[in-house]
Design a binder for this molecule. Structure first.
Ligand code: G4P
Length: 527
């Protein structure tokens, strides 16, 4: 690469921020995302933000099932520019549409924004998603939403972050009053008061002050709130954590922002601070050592495959996270697993309606590649180097079904469908010992529905799913595995590679088994 090209590359990498928003349904993720996009004037929206905006859905040609339910089955990507930054937001679907895709999408992000409802605190799904981010050690930024409603005491919320998630926090701003009496926030870094005016006022009143002791604060906030505010801020100064960028970077300390997404209050300040503090595309671990984004050779890996985006064309889109180098349309790259050169002729970043061809893209960006069936999850593409990225863990399923074919004559198609869908990573498959029954394991209910739908639509097979009571799967490593020992509240099965897996009905059953077999190892993932 010439010096000019290297400079350009550097500039492009440094301006990128790629992140995912993690939250429990209803915390306000759609609302926050929409406000962020408003600031940026989105350049590209892959898919829809969410089914709530039903009108957008009508123009999209996503899977039929998605249209029927009016929700987004798989994650989508949104890109916008803001003050010299290029922002990529990876949408992580929640609720029933929660699936392994949700987890995998997090591997493509360099940081996460954790959105919390001030009244509800840390909820179940947030906890799960947080743990995945924690394992990767990526920075996590917290936005505590719905401050215009009666919520929990802010100190209690911070305590909950620490108790439930085990992360320390640094409030970047602090609320003045709450609920009906929410007056705004005191910005600790900028030493200014930002006044809440309700009703989506774009122009938020900001008053610069000398510090929280400044008499002006009392004047603006009102005497009633002032004493409490000073008490809180003093306590934070004395007993709270110090701001430590190193700890933010390693995900040990989360900067916390209070605001109200629906009222567009605190969103812009949040965005600006986030862009300043969040990491640029980070180096990625690979079989060939760490790959630096500035490396001039292109590399990337596929973290998601979306089938049947357009049922008429039966095409699949593979989502690729660029890890290093510059992507150019039409470039030839090595498909590392297969060991062949392929030409990336039709890269796309598709809008709901018309798909937008990408001419060039840089590390941190996500591109959609047309997939005639040559890609698998985790595949890497590279210019010359034989790299593979170890970014795609499999996740321990939590929901299980016994699956049977309604028409025995369709057994061959059934097997083909199951093989392909397992390869895509949509489901995990187990066989019972002796009876050879097939059991499916997933992390989200919707995966069962998608499985059923696709078996019918793509392979012409009607399947019957029978929900089983199991909640946990653990790979068991033991010299002498004895199936008869797993009959009560549990069952021994084999995975596709003939590893032994025990399915448990409850945490209690799992714990007692672990106590009974102290010499055996119970792993959350396949060995
Ligand atoms: P999600 O994507 O995380 O599931 O949440 P979403 O943005 O759809 O928000 C869930 C509900 O919370 C919505 O109300 C939304 O208007 C509301 N909400 C979001 N941010 C705030 C906030 O700062 N303050 C208050 N008071 N409410 C907020 P809804 O009634 O379920 O939907 P809608 O009819 O308003 O669309």
């Amino acid at each position: 690469m010439s010096k000019n090209m290297l400079d350009k590359m550097r500039e492009e990498v440094l301006k990128r921020r790629t992140f995912a928003i993690i939250s429990h349904p209803d915390a306000g993720k759609t609302t926050l995302t929409e406000k962020l996009l408003l600031f940026g004037g989105a350049i590209r929206l892959a898919g829809t933000v969410k089914g709530r905006k039903a009108s957008k859905h009508a123009t999209s040609d996503w899977m039929e099932i998605e249209k029927q339910r009016g929700i987004s089955v798989t994650s989508s990507v949104m890109q916008f520019d803001y003050e010299g930054h290029r922002v990529n937001i990876l949408d992580t679907p929640g609720h029933q549409d929660f699936s392994e895709d949700t987890y995998r999408t997090l591997t493509a992000a360099d940081s996460a924004v954790m959105l919390i409802d001030s009244a509800k605190g840390v909820e179940a799904q947030t906890k799960k998603l947080f743990q995945v981010c924690r394992k990767r050690g990526i920075p996590i930024f917290t936005f505590i939403n719905k401050m215009d409603r009666e919520g929990q005491n802010p100190f209690e919320l911070l305590e909950e972050l620490e108790q439930v998630l085990g992360i320390r926090s640094y409030p970047m701003n602090w609320p003045i009053g709450s609920g009906k009496q929410f007056r705004g926030v005191y910005d600790r870094k900028m030493t200014q008061v930002e006044l809440f005016q309700g009703d989506d006022h774009k122009e938020i009143q900001v008053e610069k002050v000398e510090g929280y002791e400044d008499p002006l604060v009392k004047k603006i906030a009102g005497e009633f709130f002032y004493d409490q505010l000073v008490q809180d801020l003093e306590l934070l100064d004395v007993a709270g954590d110090e701001f430590d960028m190193e700890k933010v970077r390693s995900g040990e300390l989360t900067p916390v922002f209070f605001g109200s997404a629906i009222n567009n209050f605190g969103v812009q300040t949040f965005l600006e601070n986030f862009l300043e503090l969040a990491p640029t595309p980070t180096p990625r671990r690979s079989t060939d050592g760490e790959i630096d984004p500035m490396d001039d050779k292109f590399t990337g890996y596929i973290f998601k495959i979306q089938a049947n985006m357009n049922p008429a064309h039966r095409d699949r889109i593979a989502f690729l996270r660029i890890c290093s180098g510059k992507f150019e349309r039409g470039m030839a790259v090595k498909h590392v697993r297969v060991g062949k050169e392929i030409k990336l002729a039709q890269p796309q970043q598709f809008l709901a309606q018309d798909r937008d061809i990408v001419e060039e893209a840089y590390p941190g960006d996500i591109i959609g590649l047309f997939d005639p069936g040559i890609f698998r999850l985790g595949d890497s593409l590279s210019q010359g180097r034989n790299v593979e990225f170890d970014e795609l863990p499999t996740f321990s399923p939590e929901l299980f079904c016994k699956v049977t074919v309604k028409n025995a004559l369709k057994h061959k198609q059934f097997q083909k469908g199951v093989d392909q869908l397992t390869e895509e990573g949509t489901i995990q498959v187990y066989r019972t010992i002796g009876f050879d029954d097939m059991i499916l394991g997933v992390v989200g209910q919707l995966q069962f529905e998608v499985f059923e739908y696709r078996m019918k639509a793509e392979y012409g097979v009607d399947v019957q799913l029978q929900r089983l009571n199991f909640q946990f799967a653990r790979w068991i490593i033991d010299e002498n595995v004895d199936p008869s020992k797993f009959r009560i509240n549990s069952q021994l099965v084999k995975d596709k590679k003939d590893n032994y897996v025990v399915l448990f009905e409850s945490e209690y059953a799992m714990r007692s088994a672990m106590e009974k077999y102290p010499n055996a190892k119970f792993l959350e993932q396949a060995p």
